[in-house]
Design a protein around this ligand. Structure first.
Ligand SMILES: NC(=O)c1ccc[n+]([C@@H]2O[C@H](COP(=O)([O-])OP(=O)(O)OC[C@H]3O[C@@H](n4cnc5c(N)ncnc54)[C@H](OP(=O)(O)O)[C@@H]3O)[C@@H](O)[C@H]2O)c1
Length: 298
């Protein structure tokens, strides 16, 4: 298959390695210095800013499948406007060039479970209406909606591509281990009780999910989570215990100074457990240890 990965960063690279030698790949970056790294995977590498319609058209000229794994640089720090200029402008230029791409049969977009709202700790799935709680999640949902427009008929002899929207849980894996970040909380006092569920997916399981979605020509919405949510309290306790660090004390009245890296127990974070039945039905069983087990390894 001929596949273009737009935004070949941390996840895109893992995907490209997985597909190396199996599919003909075009891998994109916005950084000229990264081109050799992408070419070394036996792929065609291209410089593409998502809002550059011509560059998008060139990168997609032969593609049967496009996988959008782009994210703004420095992901967590950027504001919602930067999010919009990354995701929405890229989706718009993809829609603009679509009539020139009769061979394109599937669009895969890695969205985020961040589009879901609060469920007071209950379980939710793909049938749960999204309810973004901040500007970033709103942009991701808008990007999903934009891409749905690609399913409209394109004219005679040009069937509409399948659109797969994958809502990823928080990613972890090589180079993005959670333990060291959580361990920075050792000995601190945190507000609340820490019983706030978080939902995760290992990088390699996300790769397996995208692979299955492409192999099966999946169209629709899919939660890509490992189905083993963990509370913030469980995560912090495990991360500190395996390092023999002082535990965190919960229930502090005064909020701590903001720390950008570890997850915060702020009341504004949605509290829900996200199911992955649809992922399992696709034949993808997250095989890696869940995030709690990974923390036990250090
Ligand atoms: N990280 C998480 O926990 C998480 C959770 C849920 C969903 N996701 C989704 O998973 C996907 C992959 O995330 P990641 O962590 O692998 O991202 P990443 O490492 O930050 O890589 C992002 C890639 O997008 C490229 N890019 C940035 N701005 C662009 C633009 N305007 N036009 C085209 N390409 C652009 C970057 O280019 P350069 O190569 O030049 O840097 C980089 O290759 C994203 O769609 C993200 O929304 C992530």
């Amino acid at each position: 298959m001929r596949i273009t990965i737009i935004g070949c960063g941390w996840l895109g690279l893992a995907l490209a390695r997985h597909w190396r030698g199996r599919h003909a790949l075009v891998l994109t970056t916005t950084t000229p210095e990264r081109l050799p790294e992408l070419e070394a995977l036996g792929a065609e590498a291209a410089l593409v800013q998502g809002n550059d319609r011509s560059a998008m058209a060139r990168a997609l000229a032969q593609a049967e499948v496009v996988v959008l794994t782009l994210a703004p640089r420095g992901d967590r720090q950027v504001d919602a406007d930067a999010y919009a200029s990354t995701y929405l402008s890229t989706c718009r230029s993809l829609l603009e060039v679509l009539p020139e791409l009769p061979q394109l049969r599937q669009i895969v977009y890695t969205s985020s479970c961040g589009v879901y709202g609060d469920a007071a700790g209950g379980w939710i799935d793909e049938t749960t209406p999204p309810q973004p709680r901040d500007g970033h999640a709103t942009v991701l949902l808008q990007a999903e909606a934009l891409l749905q427009r690609a399913t409209a008929p394109r004219g005679a002899g040009m069937p509409a591509p399948a659109v797969a929207v994958l809502r990823l849980g928080a990613l972890h894996g090589p180079g993005r281990e959670l333990g060291p970040r959580l361990a920075r909380l050792a000995g601190s006092q945190r507000p609340g009780d820490g019983i706030l569920w978080s939902n995760w997916i290992h990088q390699q399981d996300a790769v397996a999910a995208i692979d299955a979605v492409v192999e099966q020509g999946f169209s629709g919405l899919l939660n890509v989570v490992d189905g083993r949510p963990a509370t913030l309290r469980q995560l912090v306790e495990r991360a500190c215990a395996v390092r023999a660090l002082a535990p965190v004390t919960w229930g502090a009245d005064d909020p701590l100074p903001q720390s950008p890296s570890p997850p915060s127990a702020g009341a504004s974070l949605p509290n829900r457990r996200i199911g992955n039945q649809r992922l399992l039905a696709l034949g993808v069983t997250p095989m890696r240890a869940g995030v709690l087990e990974q923390l036990a390894e250090g």
